[in-house]
Design a protein around this ligand. Structure first.
Ligand code: AMP
Length: 415
């Protein structure tokens, strides 16, 4: 029978890569907690409509990339393509806005998009993200960037640079859309069919187009920053001031709009090291809570892509050394298990191979699998209340007394 394969665009995590991920997760969560963020875990499955109404029906994510399905009761459901919509849904459903003026959440988990798999782009990918709900001051936008910057610094990631822009409030977006339409009308025949459709349905989405010719045309288009109302201009200025006094490296990218409809005012992406793709992105979404049926509550947040961070992250801790338990015969296996229990209580990692093998065979396996230490017990050792500890690198053997096993192993392995 042919072997099963993982679904295209989805990968297994194990070994050193997973150890790396766990270090990154820890830094992300601990840093966010220092800023007063609390974890929130929402289901992976939501009603498709939640994303249609928030991310936007004419975005690539909803239009082309969502994993939609119908359940046994005929409900239209989706695997979440991003985290923000679910958090706003939970925030409203659980009335969390009545508990706190400013709610700060972080989340972590898999997201699903039927994208074309390539380097840094998967169909199941993980995001660590934060949301601040209830704050309208531009310094909240600043805090979200600052926290992302701190996380990346704590991960020892170099060459961090934020690209920022403002797409304005819904009024600014409307005004800019008609300006853009006027400009694009001249090139309509040269635009791809997707962009021609976008022009009718949701013109800002032309900025997401990856076709060369469309990009050239869009490059020369009017800039939204030049058309912002005074309120939005002022917001952007204050946001930039925050970045400056916090020494956060940034540049303005006047074409940055992000691929989700709910953004208003500030949008940003972060790049680092020599990774071409953005490793994270975020922005303000002042109208989403209301759009999903709640009160008028401003908000801002970001999401960081784990796969992309892990590509540039250098693991800091070596794999924890473990002891390989070799117990020859039934009696030794039973005694050995008691020794292992004592050592595990002290934090030693011990693996036992219960298979009946010769000592030579056991040692060959331990050597091949890179084990650093072996603890060996056979009939003679049981008789004399002794245990052997073998350093696999130097081949040195220590005969230890059963009574003081923990102290002696600690002394030799030094941990
Ligand atoms: P978005 O949710 O589109 O704002 O993306 C935020 C971050 O998630 C990006 O900067 C990427 O790091 C990551 N990301 C988005 N889509 C994918 C994907 N298909 N595969 C891997 N990472 C992704």
């Amino acid at each position: 029978m042919e072997k099963f394969k993982a679904v295209r665009g989805m990968k297994d995590l194990y070994g050193e890569e997973l150890r790396k991920w766990k270090e990154i997760e820890k830094v992300c969560m601990e840093t966010a907690e220092l800023f007063g963020y609390e974890e929130i875990r929402t289901p992976i499955v939501e009603f498709s409509e939640l994303f249609e109404r928030s991310v936007g029906e004419s975005t690539d994510i909803v239009e082309k990339e969502m994993y939609n399905f119908v359940d046994k009761k005929g409900r239209k459901l989706a695997l979440r393509p991003e985290g923000t919509a679910s958090i706003v849904r939970a925030y409203l459903e659980r009335n969390l806005y009545q508990e706190r003026k400013i709610a700060r959440f972080y989340y972590y988990g898999p997201m699903f998009r039927y994208d074309r798999p390539q380097k840094g782009r998967y169909r199941q990918f993980y995001q660590f993200g934060i949301e601040i709900l209830g704050g309208s001051h531009p310094f909240f936008d600043g805090e979200s960037v600052y926290l992302l910057f701190q996380i990346l610094k704590n991960l020892n990631i170099k060459n961090i640079c934020f690209e920022i822009n403002s797409i304005g409030c819904s009024e600014c977006k409307r005004r800019f859309s008609s300006l853009l339409r006027e400009y694009l009308e001249k090139y309509k025949n040269q635009l791809c069919s997707d962009c021609q459709r976008r022009m009718e349905k949701n013109i800002l989405r032309v900025f997401d187009c990856k076709q060369e010719r469309c990009r050239e045309i869009i490059k020369e288009s009017p800039k939204i920053l030049d058309t912002l109302c005074d309120g939005c201009k002022n917001h952007f200025e204050k946001f930039k001031q925050y970045l400056e006094f916090s020494s956060i490296p940034y540049k303005i990218n006047p074409h940055l709009v992000r691929g989700l409809d709910y953004y208003t005012k500030t949008v940003y992406e972060v790049f680092a090291e020599d990774e071409k793709n953005a490793i994270g992105g975020g922005g303000r979404y002042d109208e989403l809570v209301e759009q999903l049926g709640g009160p008028k509550i401003p908000a801002v947040g970001f999401a960081l892509g784990m796969e992309r961070v892990s590509e540039i992250y250098r693991i800091s801790e070596r794999k924890k050394s473990s002891i390989y338990g070799i117990f020859l015969g039934e009696e030794a296996k039973k005694e050995g298990m008691k020794i292992c229990e004592k050592l595990r209580k002290e934090g030693f990692v011990i693996k036992i191979d219960y298979e009946d093998r010769s000592l030579k065979n056991y040692l060959k396996i331990a050597d091949r699998e890179g084990e650093e230490w072996c603890i060996i017990m056979g009939e003679d050792e049981i008789k004399n209340n002794k245990v052997i500890l073998k350093d696999m690198k130097s081949s040195q053997q220590y005969t230890l007394s059963y009574q003081n096993i923990v102290e002696e192993v600690k002394r030799i392995i030094k941990c």
